[in-house]
Design a protein around this ligand. Structure first.
Ligand code: COA
Ligand code: AMP
Length: 638
């Protein structure tokens, strides 16, 4: 029997033994005797009697075992022209001091710390420092605007916010500190302190609640903090992700299950060994960054690359190849959008030849669907296996992948290969029955989910149940549609709900619609994610204007001005990553008789796909009127 099949079956038939064995690879302060606590279904907890600290596993244990001088972190920032390396001992020293600073600011076990930082080493240091003292970090991606940050501040109720004076983007310096001040102004909850990293590109003015990072971190100025012994089930972080409504979901991650799952994945999914260099080009604000820039590579004793730049334009499409060659990177993990951007700039892949990438072993892709064209291009140009892996913020690590560390399987372009051990992936039809092989349905995971996945939503068990567990009792609903083929390969086809995926960034239609609805001219609106050759999807808006003289019969110039205002509102309220591709003013939006807007039908029309019209449509002529605007005449009544 193949290793994969054997391991997968073992994880299904004897999860207790499988996950207790996996737990042997991490260091515990109190070793668990039990893997799964299933006393309160549908809520499951892993390693209920175990105690450990994820920061100890990421740093201290490597130093103690003799790898103090091994490089832990390489910071490569073409946008600031900086390259810097940190050994495990140096990173531990910084993290110990930062943990001491947070503690001195009154942060205790269980307190929340919001982190709003660009891709600088201080982001990793802060996350690990929180973990070290048992504080719960909540990192917010820098591309989100103050209103989004404020929503997260109000939900997480942090004692401290850690931020920087600015981020450095491809073409501009983005002032972060004024956005934090604005967010605190908007939020009901007021954090006590803001710990501020001053960057030379743009220094920020200090306010009353602000503390200067560099001063606080001076050696001798602070007592370094040691590791708290945490229950495996204690929360490590809350990471907000977009649902279908404007209110983000606070995904909770625990200490123990996550440490075990990440360690297991680095060996078995990604095939990495201690001492090897691993490069994830994402952002610490996303789950890919949390798991595979920060925690997993360090837990596994690898060197992690923190890249502050873009795949193109910093300075060109050869940046990834330079970093791989200079650091002997064994594996790169990024989103397909990054490769589409590189392919656009350098279609023949000529820039690869300028760098010695002979030591490079595997390219991993996740965050959005890996289209076969991009897969083929990357395979041809790099001459290494290109591995699609599918997962989401909620799971924290791959649900489906080709497990190259365990046993490489043949690749089928368009498929994320097979379910990872621990995940009982099933395709369910609308009746909740398993769909036959090759038939599309809702991709679901039979409970319990494996270690490392979300136990619940932050202080909202009810929403956890209603969002994920109520559609099919006994199953977790991923929100993706897809099918399993005859060989058990999983093909994920896209979201079945109103979540957008723009350049591997997950955004909610509801959040963008709320920003549009705040404009005085808008009576109602709908946002859909339409196909885009570079970013996978981009948001497009359809708005109905309020009746009355002011908004009736606008001429072209006035309409153009209105479109500009609406676009700016979205950038200001949600953030620049949500920039609208197009805004159309329409007479009415298509709805079902119960008032649900038919976003999926409009998206299918805009993408030139077959667009079956639900029989419950209130007024079919509304769709006919939209056909021209959305670029497609024919719809079929169903
Ligand atoms: N802080 C502040 N602003 C940010 C930001 C951050 N952390 N990240 C992005 N932005 C801004 C950008 O500056 C840009 O602003 P602009 O419209 O004023 O130029 C806007 O948000 C859109 O950014 P982005 O989506 O990155 O588009 P881009 O045109 O600058 O770059 C790509 C295009 C393809 C190069 C880029 O999307 C990319 O690298 N994608 C890889 C995807 C990825 O890593 N996904 C992570 C999930 S695994
Ligand atoms: P996020 O939670 O931001 O990581 O986004 C998760 C969503 O991105 C998933 O539910 C999918 O819709 C999409 N996604 C991520 N990885 C893949 C992949 N490899 N193939 C297809 N879709 C993916």
């Amino acid at each position: 029997m193949s290793s994969y099949v054997e391991q997968y079956r073992r994880s299904m038939s004897g999860p207790e033994g499988f996950w207790l064995d996996a737990a042997e690879a991490v260091d515990w302060f109190r070793k668990p005797k039990k893997a799964l606590d299933d006393q309160q279904p549908p809520f499951y907890r892993w390693y209920p009697d175990g105690q450990l600290n994820i920061c100890y596993n990421a740093l201290d244990r490597h130093v103690i075992k003799g790898d103090a001088d091994r490089t832990a972190l390489i910071y490569d920032s073409p946008v600031t022209d900086t390259k810097r390396s940190y050994s495990y001992a140096e990173l531990l020293d910084l993290v110990g001091r930062a943990a001491g600073v947070l503690r001195a600011l009154g942060v205790e076990r269980g307190d929340r710390v919001v982190v709003y930082l660009p891709m600088v080493p201080e982001a990793i240091v802060t996350m690990l420092a929180c973990a070290r003292i048992g504080a719960v970090h909540s990192v917010v991606f820098g591309g989100f605007a103050p209103a989004e940050l404020a929503t997260r501040i109000d939900d997480a109720q942090p004692k401290v916010i850690v931020t920087a004076s600015c981020g450095v983007e491809r073409s501009r310096v983005v002032p972060y500190k004024p956005m934090v001040d604005d967010a605190i102004e908007r939020a009901q909850h007021k954090p006590e302190r803001v710990l501020l990293v001053q960057r030379p590109q743009l220094e920020a003015e200090m306010g009353e609640r602000d503390i200067d990072w560099a001063t606080a971190m001076k050696p001798g100025a602070v007592e370094p903090a040691g590791c708290e012994s945490m229950l495996a089930t204690d929360p490590l972080y809350v990471l907000y992700t977009s649902g279908t409504t404007g209110k983000p979901k606070g995904i909770v991650r625990d200490h123990g299950g996550y440490t075990v799952a990440l360690q297991w994945s680095m060996t078995n999914v990604y095939g990495m060994s201690p001492g090897e260099v691993w490069f994830t080009a994402s952002d610490v604000g996303w789950v890919v960054g949390h798991s595979y820039i920060v925690y997993a590579p360090l837990i596994a004793g690898c060197t992690t690359v923190l890249f502050e730049g873009k795949p193109v334009g910093t300075p060109d499409a050869s940046t990834f190849w330079r970093i791989i060659a200079e650091n002997d990177v064994k594996a790169l993990f990024t989103a397909p959008t990054a490769f589409r951007a590189i392919k656009k700039e350098d279609p023949d892949g000529a820039l690869v030849a300028g760098h010695d990438v002979s030591g490079f072993r595997t390219l991993f892709m996740a965050g959005e669907r890996l289209d076969p064209d991009t897969w083929q291009w990357a395979t041809d140009k790099l001459d290494v296996p290109v591995i699609d892996n599918w997962w989401q913020t909620e799971t924290g690590w791959p649900i489906a992948s080709n497990l190259v560390g365990l046993e490489p399987l043949p690749i089928k372009p368009g498929s994320a290969t097979v379910p990872v051990p621990g995940y009982d992936v099933q395709i369910l039809d609308s009746q909740g029955q398993q769909a036959p092989a090759g038939t599309e349905g809702a991709v679901c995971i039979k409970l319990p989910l494996p270690p490392g996945t979300l136990p619940t939503l932050w202080q909202d068990d009810a929403r956890y149940e209603s969002s994920y567990l109520s559609a099919y009792p006994g199953y977790y609903l991923t929100g993706d549609g897809g099918y399993l083929d005859d060989d058990g390969y999983l093909f994920v086809l896209g979201r079945t709900d109103d979540v957008l995926n723009v350049a591997g960034h997950r955004l909610s239609t509801g959040g963008i619609e709320a920003a549009l609805a705040g404009h005085p001219a808008v009576a109602e609106c709908a946002v859909i994610g339409v196909a885009d050759p570079l970013k996978g999807q981009v948001p497009r808006a359809l708005v109905v204007l309020k009746a009355g003289d002011q908004w009736a019969d606008l001429d072209d110039a006035a309409l153009e001005q209105l479109r500009g205002e609406l676009g700016r509102r979205v950038r200001e309220e949600v953030g620049p990553i949500a920039t609208l591709q197009q805004v159309d003013v329409v007479a009415a939006l298509p709805k079902t008789r119960s008032g649900k807007i038919l976003r999926k039908t409009m998206r299918q029309m805009a993408d030139g796909q077959e667009a079956p019209v639900p029989s419950t449509i209130e007024d079919a002529t509304v769709l006919d009127a939209l056909a021209r605007i959305l670029g497609r005449e024919g719809t079929s009544q169903g």
